[in-house]
Design a protein around this ligand. Structure first.
Ligand SMILES: Cc1cc2nc3c(=O)[nH]c(=O)nc-3n(C[C@H](O)[C@H](O)[C@H](O)COP(=O)(O)OP(=O)(O)OC[C@H]3O[C@@H](n4cnc5c(N)ncnc54)[C@H](O)[C@@H]3O)c2cc1C
Length: 383
């Protein structure tokens, strides 16, 4: 396995150097220009084929572990590339793979695997962030299918998506996660209105506020059972958390390498600042934290491969990796000081981007609640 993955990582290095070199990452971040052209390169390298079960048992036993290494490598080069890959692989392909019927798989999986576009997940609303079960967007049955009405916010990559996966309440009397269904919606269907949101980081993953005004969706575009939307999302969650954990470990390693190189070269008081123990120990702690986060991310990927229940591990890997990236980039900013504060420095992009991951896709506080509940402590414990 190590040889194949090493050679794949070598190919990723070459591909990224050719199609998204560091100066291009900076330009795209500054101009909020998503690197969608990479989808074709990922497809050409066969990276999306790795997401699907193969005929090869040995390969399947290590599929997510291999993918975790690939996702980390992409995150090392550019978080924007890893997140784009994950949007196709996890939200798109794995949602279809785990919850769609054969006709839906036949229709969309080849398109995604060929790099012809991505899916976007439209779950969050103004009143439903951490509490995703509070969504109010509704889908009402009529003879020709369903009519969706409501508003979603902060939906990544919506305008470029082949389809939005929209979570809508189909049982008006239901509360929380029950009574919600997933639909595949064309982002350019009549009744869909989008506006772009401005933000401080992750500028290459464009975010949209989306209004749905009686948008007509055929029943054949419903994913999974009516009222079973949250069960479908839960099945995809582990893959999404595994992908994100690996990607941010890669970005954290890039931040450490940059801070280390700077500390070795920058001289103050007649010495490289790396020779001051406070800086050297700070770097040593950063590396240790990232190595631990990597172990957890790989452990999660292995647990997915072995088919184990990994709810707790998925929460822990996402929690540790995203909080680690936040700390590491904060230290990176301090070690590089004015050199990191300059707009063109990669370090401040890592630092700005890092703010998102500890609340997007499950905030650290909510993840701690999940881990606590799994331990039998926290809110659920009766007096
Ligand atoms: C750039 C960006 C991209 C995004 N992309 C998508 C996307 O593609 N699709 C999508 O559906 N959504 C997306 N989101 C939305 C994202 O998932 C939400 O921002 C996230 O779920 C948190 O919701 P919130 O921002 O409303 O914070 P809130 O839920 O209001 O939380 C605020 C704070 O309160 C804490 N908190 C909340 N509940 C509890 C509790 N029970 N106990 C303790 N603390 C609690 C939270 O941890 C947080 O610190 C994106 C957001 C951003 C900013």
């Amino acid at each position: 396995m190590s040889f194949e993955v090493e050679s794949l990582c070598g190919s990723i290095d070459k591909m990224m150097q050719k199609y998204l070199p560091p100066e291009e990452v900076r330009r795209r971040d500054e101009q909020a220009d998503p690197p969608n052209h990479l989808l074709k390169s990922f497809a050409k390298m066969g990276l999306f084929d790795l997401v699907m079960p193969s005929q090869d048992d040995e390969w399947d036993r290590n599929r997510w572990r291999r993918l975790s290494i690939i996702q980390e490598r992409l995150g090392y080069h550019a978080t924007m590339a890893a997140l784009l890959f994950n949007r196709v692989a996890c939200f798109g392909m794995m949602t279809l793979n785990m919850s769609a019927n054969q006709a839906q798989k036949d229709r969309f999986l080849p398109q995604l695997a060929a790099g012809d576009g991505a899916f976007a997940l439209a779950l969050s609303e103004a009143g439903a962030g951490s509490d995703a079960g509070a969504i109010q967007t509704r889908a009402e049955r009529f003879e020709a299918g369903w009519k969706i009405t409501g508003r979603k916010i902060w939906i990544s990559g919506a305008a470029d998506a082949i389809r939005l996966i929209v979570a809508a309440r189909t049982d008006p009397k239901s509360k929380g996660g029950s009574g919600i269904t997933l639909f595949m919606v064309d982002p350019y269907a009549p009744g869909v209105a989008m506006s772009k949101l401005e933000k401080i980081g992750n500028r290459c993953s464009l975010s949209y506020d989306i209004g749905f005004d009686e948008v007509v969706v055929k029943d054949e575009d419903r994913i999974g059972d009516v009222n079973g939307g949250f069960d479908c999302l839960k099945k995809t969650l582990f893959y999404a958390r595994s992908g994100l954990a690996a990607a941010v470990v890669g970005t954290a390693q890039a931040a450490i390498d940059m801070a280390t190189a700077h500390a070795r070269q920058r001289e103050q008081f007649g010495k490289p600042i790396a020779s001051f123990q406070v800086i050297a120990h700070r770097l040593a702690n950063m590396q240790t934290e990232v190595d631990l986060a990597r172990l957890l991310a790989r452990e999660l990927a292995s647990a997915i491969d072995s088919g184990k229940d990994c709810s707790r591990l998925a929460a822990q890997a996402k929690l540790v990796s995203t909080e680690t990236l936040k700390r590491v980039t904060e230290h990176g900013m301090q070690i590089m000081a004015s050199a990191a504060y300059a707009s063109e420095s990669d370090m401040n992009r890592y630092w700005r981007d890092a703010r998102l991951y500890s609340f997007g896709e499950g905030s650290s506080e909510v993840l701690l609640d999940l881990i606590a509940a799994d331990m039998g402590v926290g809110r659920g414990v009766a007096r």
